[in-house]
Ligand binder design. Structure first.
Ligand SMILES: Cc1cc2nc3c(=O)[nH]c(=O)nc-3n(C[C@H](O)[C@H](O)[C@H](O)COP(=O)(O)OP(=O)(O)OC[C@H]3O[C@@H](n4cnc5c(N)ncnc54)[C@H](O)[C@@H]3O)c2cc1C
Length: 386
């Protein structure tokens, strides 16, 4: 096949990851990023086994490895610091690294692979015949056009693919702090108090990711800068942590949810949060974005008919994504939005899920899902060849 061309809107994890994967398959690729630099809003991100495997397959992992911390266990504590549950995560790789390191690493690998990244370039729509259109009306024709423009995707709306977009009632503050004073090596710790949680994860090179979650209706808990007295009432042993967090910058996020009627139209594909944003309870939004991008790059590269390949792609990957979305919502309900009267039940429900392997594996469908996605890609390719 002659070299084919892709235009991608959005230089986040999805756009950069897919651009890199297509370039490695011989495509010429241009990514349009509306910001003047490649940058990520937020602190650090945890990448599970599936994300790491995809990054390894596209040759981007080695340069990211030194930026992160690997986790080997998870622990849950009650509000007074008593251990409720400890689980080894042997065989389930998890790496935590700053978001900025991830996107810069992906951008560097993409550029090395020949991808053009056009900064300060705002895309406003896409033509299903195969083109992106920018805010000056310039048309960028392509064999494959991609909307990787995130949660509030303009292109999704223009294509009429949007079905549901909502903000859940859980709020989260994430802090990337320059110390590992409050973390334990190779361990994710989460402290539970009613419907609030505080999480601690080492995040490479002497840094930690600390997060606080709370209900949107809990005014004092949502206050920024963090209200040390109020949080210390909920967690009497964590006052030094709250004093530190009060000094740090953060942005408060709502948990998002997006569902679309379809993830493609003609030669235009929707990837990442534009297609399937979900609560970060399972740490899989970026994981699914990378895994689905991997399948997309494989399927469009093996076919001369991009529109048909996109149909096969959506059939191959959508089920795992939606199962993960459902679990991420369930997990949010259990940890955050059950009625307060049921607070005492929360840790028991999570412990039961953790102990019952079929249930636990069903929650980890994305984490375990790359072999299944690869099998479906092979089946779709074989069906096309037959
Ligand atoms: C609080 C929180 C914690 C999370 N934690 C994790 C985690 O631990 N692990 C995990 O796997 N996932 C996590 N996620 C999910 C993960 O962050 C997202 O799934 C992932 O960032 C989606 O990447 P994306 O490229 O689709 O979108 P984005 O990262 O939103 O990137 C979209 C890009 O498109 C650009 N853009 C937007 N509009 C235009 C336009 N019109 N023209 C050109 N460019 C445009 C934006 O500037 C941006 O750079 C978390 C999410 C949240 C909210």
């Amino acid at each position: 096949m002659n070299e084919r061309h892709a235009e991608i809107a959005g230089g986040g994890i999805g756009g950069l990851g897919l651009g890199l994967m297509l370039a490695r398959k011989g495509w010429s690729v241009r990514i349009h990023e509306r910001s003047p630099t490649i940058r990520e809003v937020g602190a650090a991100i945890s990448l599970r086994n599936n994300s790491i495997s995809v990054l390894e397959r596209c040759g981007a992992f080695e340069q990211l490895r030194a930026e992160g911390s690997f986790l080997l266990r998870e622990r849950h504590f009650d509000k007074r610091g008593n251990l409720l549950q400890e689980r080894a995560t042997t065989g389930q790789r998890t790496m935590v690294l700053p978001r900025q390191s991830l996107v810069e690493g992906l951008a560097a690998s993409a550029r090395q692979a020949g991808v053009e990244i056009k900064l300060s370039s705002v895309v406003v729509s896409a033509d299903p015949a195969g083109a992106l259109i920018d805010d000056a009306g310039v048309r960028y024709p392509a064999d494959l056009a991609v909307a990787a423009d995130g949660l509030h995707s303009k292109i999704r709306t223009e294509l009429g693919l949007r079905e549901t977009i909502r903000e859940l009632t859980t709020r989260i503050n994430r802090y990337l702090v320059p110390t590992q004073e409050f973390t334990t090596p190779e361990t994710k710790d989460e402290h539970w108090s009613g419907d609030r949680r505080v999480g601690f994860l080492p995040a490479g090179k002497g840094r930690s990711l600390i997060y606080t979650t709370m209900a949107s209706g809990d005014g004092p808990a949502c206050r920024l800068p963090l209200d040390v007295g109020n949080w210390t009432e909920a967690y009497p042993t964590l006052e030094p942590v709250f004093r530190l967090l009060r000094q740090q910058d953060t942005i408060q996020f709502s948990y998002p949810f997006v569902r679309c009627t379809g993830w493609h139209r003609g030669r235009v594909a929707l990837i990442g949060d534009a297609a399937h944003a979900m609560p970060p309870t399972l740490g899989q939004g970026a994981g699914l974005t990378l895994m689905n991008s991997y399948a997309l790059a494989e399927l469009v590269s093996g076919s001369s008919d991009v529109a048909t390949a996109l149909r096969s792609w959506e059939t191959a990957v959508r089920e795992i994504t939606e199962a993960t979305q459902r679990w991420s919502l369930r997990y949010d309900r259990i940890t955050g939005s059950l009625p307060r009267a049921l607070n005492a039940l929360r840790p028991h429900v999570i412990r039961t899920i953790g102990r019952f392997k079929p249930l636990y594996d069903s929650m980890r469908v994305a984490d375990l899902g790359l072999p299944l996605i690869e099998q479906r890609v092979r089946e779709a390719s074989a069906a096309r060849a037959a």
